[in-house]
Design a protein. Structure first.
Length: 330
């Protein structure tokens, strides 16, 4: 019997590339798919010659055709940075709607199990804390962040419709703030933003008063949770994240200590609809997946900072989204 095959969309992205590594390690045949709208070829360079890895450059909002059997599909194709939502809002909506529809059709045709990457952003600026899977959220559908929030909420809805109507095997992971090597340095998320500012000798930028909270999960823990969920028999959404909560202000102080930064912290106006609280309730993941994060924030941040320190000057000073550096929402 041959190797099982997994298709991973968004394979050249931060999480997608780490998932490719994990499934190669587990002995799967991996097909990566990406159109590079936010992905980076270098994230997969180390796999290009691997016998069990192949890659298809393709926009999943267009019809998808794969030869041969596909046992599992992991849908991780989507812009995932707050700055991306502002820069490419239509593409963000299309990949969550048309792209998900195309992958569900592929799963139906191939008899594949499909896992979709949803997000804590489906909870919006939550009125319930911490956030449990049965909380319906507080989302501004017409705000600048709505294109991402609603794309993911629709993605969950159409996935469950295919599960109920067509009997497709589906899994839904609600991903909370995740970090680690291969993040885009200047994409506007708080961890690469702070670390990039420290490395460039810039002041660290906090939006609002810095009292908003975030909970950061190291990428290896996130991938482990996703892997367990895919192989489980649970079809409804599951939070995967680290419940250890910290304010952005306190987090900035941690980054200053880690990086040896001598610059000051400066404050700017809070962006529209920036969530004030973000903390996963992971009781369900503990119960059905026997999963909880293992990597502490101190250890994970050191590994991540070491990755950013080794970037070239061209990457460090790349102008992409730099005007938004420090956006604290992810």
């Amino acid at each position: 019997m041959g190797l099982k095959t997994v298709l991973i969309t968004g394979a050249a992205g931060f999480l997608g590339s780490h998932l490719c590594d994990r499934f190669i390690k587990e002995g799967y045949k991996v097909i990566g798919m990406d159109n590079y709208i936010t992905g980076d070829k270098k994230n997969l360079a180390h796999l290009q010659e691997h016998a069990n890895f192949s890659f298809i450059e393709h926009d999943i909002t267009e019809f998808i055709e794969i030869e041969g059997s596909v046992d599992y599909i992991l849908h991780f194709a989507s812009p995932a940075s707050p700055i991306d939502y502002l820069k490419i809002p239509i593409q963000t909506l299309k990949v969550g709607s048309l792209g998900t529809h195309n992958l569900l059709g592929l799963a139906k045709a191939k008899g594949s199990r499909l896992l979709i990457a949803s997000t804590s952003e489906v909870y919006g600026d939550p009125l319930v804390h911490p956030q449990t899977e049965d909380y319906y959220g507080n989302v501004n559908t017409i705000g600048p962040r709505g294109v991402y929030d609603e794309a993911k909420r629709f993605q969950e809805s159409i996935t469950m419709a295919y599960h109920r109507f067509h009997g497709i095997e589906t899994r839904i992971v609600r991903i909370f703030n995740t970090y680690g090597p291969r993040m885009r340095l200047n994409d506007g998320r708080v961890i690469p933003a702070f670390m990039g500012q420290a490395l460039r000798g810039e002041d660290l930028t906090i939006f609002g008063k810095g009292l908003q909270t975030r909970s950061f999960c190291y990428v290896d823990d996130q991938v482990e949770g996703i892997y367990r969920l895919l192989l489980s028999d649970y079809s409804y959404p599951v939070n995967i994240g680290n419940p250890h909560e910290i304010t952005i202000k306190d987090f900035a102080e941690e980054i200053i200590k880690l990086t040896g930064t001598t610059q000051k912290v400066i404050y700017k106006d809070l962006p529209v609809d920036d969530p004030m609280q973000r903390q996963p309730d992971i009781s369900l993941a503990k119960k059905i997946l026997n999963w909880e994060p293992k990597v502490g924030r101190g250890e994970g941040m050191r590994i991540t900072f070491d990755y950013f320190k080794n970037l070239s000057d061209d990457e460090l000073y790349k102008s992409e989204h730099k005007d938004f550096s420090g956006y604290n929402s992810k």
